[in-house]
Design a protein around this ligand. Structure first.
Ligand SMILES: [Ca+2]
Ligand SMILES: [Ca+2]
Ligand SMILES: [Ca+2]
Length: 406
């Protein structure tokens, strides 16, 4: 009997392979009955009677002639235009479900994230907070970023070829490019745009979400499209960011070789009260022993960030340092914006750094008078240890919600 039933079922499916659902409206005063047609549902609205039926193409032709049918059309399917940003479920750094930070065989750990959703019940950011992304530039036209780019209004509404705001840079509308010495910090690499997305991709029902829904990002380029830059470019970039009065600098770059010039630039940022967030580096080495600048510059406004994976472990590549790595943040397979309205996953302490810049931004949005010392202290004192992250850094990985609640 069971065998017979299953054959019947299979037959039914194959016979109906060309059938599709149609919606009909029945003419006023008429009724629709047809024993040969499968009616999936019938319902009435304030203006008439309807039915949803399963028919094939030949049945459709004959039904179109039927007196009692006012109209017949496919029971079209529609998709939501956005309940939430469509790729948000890939962003384990914001909300780790376990599955999205690993795979079916090796899942990550649910809840190992910056606790963004709870943080957003307190604040999603502010357009008053200015964060410099010092990097390969930023695609300031990216659909998920363009509303959160800091525009230099005096230059935007000024005269071409004239330094309208008198800051020494002609037509610096979106920022500046110290790699090529021009006023266009468009990203030719992808790295800077990725970092910018982590901080502040719009919560606009498409693509991804940034740690901050609202922020003003200042693109400053000194790394070329091959991802390299010079000390000269770095100090110019930092000085420019100070002059544009940013609150936070996000620095996903670095290297060996301690530099007096770089120290001086960071010290000037400190004097201006600016938090200087820096990636710890990707060589799985101890920053306490081998310096990686600017992360290991021992000036109080520097927050050095290591990368963790979706289980709360130090990423295999991440530098560490009980003294010189201050916090950890998500930095493995991070999904974010890249130029030309694209998105992709990247890994590195480069990705962890903007998470912390973004959390610092949330703190400032909520309490605009916090000093860089207070910001740094909040970031470092509201942490989870994850898998022994307290042995690889001064603290652990930052919880944005707890930091906001203090
Ligand atoms: Ca200017
Ligand atoms: Ca101008
Ligand atoms: Ca978005």
């Amino acid at each position: 009997m069971i065998k017979f039933m299953s054959i019947m079922l299979a037959l039914f499916i194959s016979l109906n392979i060309n059938a599709a659902e149609y919606l009909i409206k029945i003419k006023e005063g008429a009724s629709f009955t047809d024993k040969s047609i499968k009616i999936n549902s019938s319902f009435s609205l304030s203006y008439g009677e309807f039915a949803v039926i399963d028919i094939n193409e030949s049945e459709l032709k004959s039904l179109k002639q039927r007196e009692e049918i006012e109209y017949i059309e496919p029971n079209y399917t529609y998709t939501a235009f956005g309940i939430e940003d469509s790729d948000y479920d890939k962003q384990w750094g914001l909300k780790n479900t376990g599955r999205n930070s690993g795979n079916i065989f090796f899942p990550g750990k649910k809840g190992v994230d910056i606790n963004a959703e709870k943080a957003w019940t307190i604040t999603t950011g502010s357009n008053e907070v200015k964060i410099a992304v010092i990097d390969t530039g930023v695609d300031y036209n990216h659909i998920d970023l363009k509303n959160n780019i800091l525009i230099n209004d005096l230059e935007m509404n000024g005269i071409e070829g004239v330094d309208d705001d008198g800051n020494g840079y002609v037509d610096d509308i979106y920022g500046y490019d110290f790699a090529n010495q021009d006023n266009d910090p468009m990203d030719g690499h992808g790295h800077g745009t990725h970092c910018a997305g982590v901080i502040g991709a719009s919560h606009n029902n498409l693509g991804i979400r940034g740690v901050m829904a609202n922020v003003k990002i200042l693109p400053i380029q000194f790394l070329t499209k091959s991802g390299r830059g010079t000390l000269e470019g770095a100090v110019k970039a930092i000085d420019y960011a100070i002059q544009r009065e940013v609150d936070i600098m996000s620095n996903s770059w670095g290297g060996g070789g301690e530099s007096v010039a770089l120290n001086e630039a960071v010290a000037r940022a400190e004097k201006a009260g600016i938090l200087f967030v820096a990636a710890a580096g990707n060589s799985n080495s101890d920053n306490d022993k081998v310096p990686t600048v600017p992360a290991t510059i021992r000036i109080d406004n520097v927050v050095s960030v290591g990368a963790m994976d979706g289980k709360g472990k130090k990423a295999s590549f991440s530098n560490y340092g009980k003294e010189t790595v201050h916090v950890f943040a998500p930095g493995v397979k991070i999904y974010s914006t890249v130029p030309n309205n694209n998105y992709k996953k990247m890994s590195g302490t480069s990705m962890a750094c903007p998470f912390i810049a973004g959390v610092a931004g949330l703190l400032l949005a909520n309490e605009p008078n916090l000093t860089y010392q207070e910001l740094k202290s909040r970031l470092m004192s509201h942490v989870h240890s994850g898998e022994n992250l307290n042995t690889y850094s001064t603290s652990g990985y930052t919880d944005a919600f707890k930091a906001l609640k203090n």
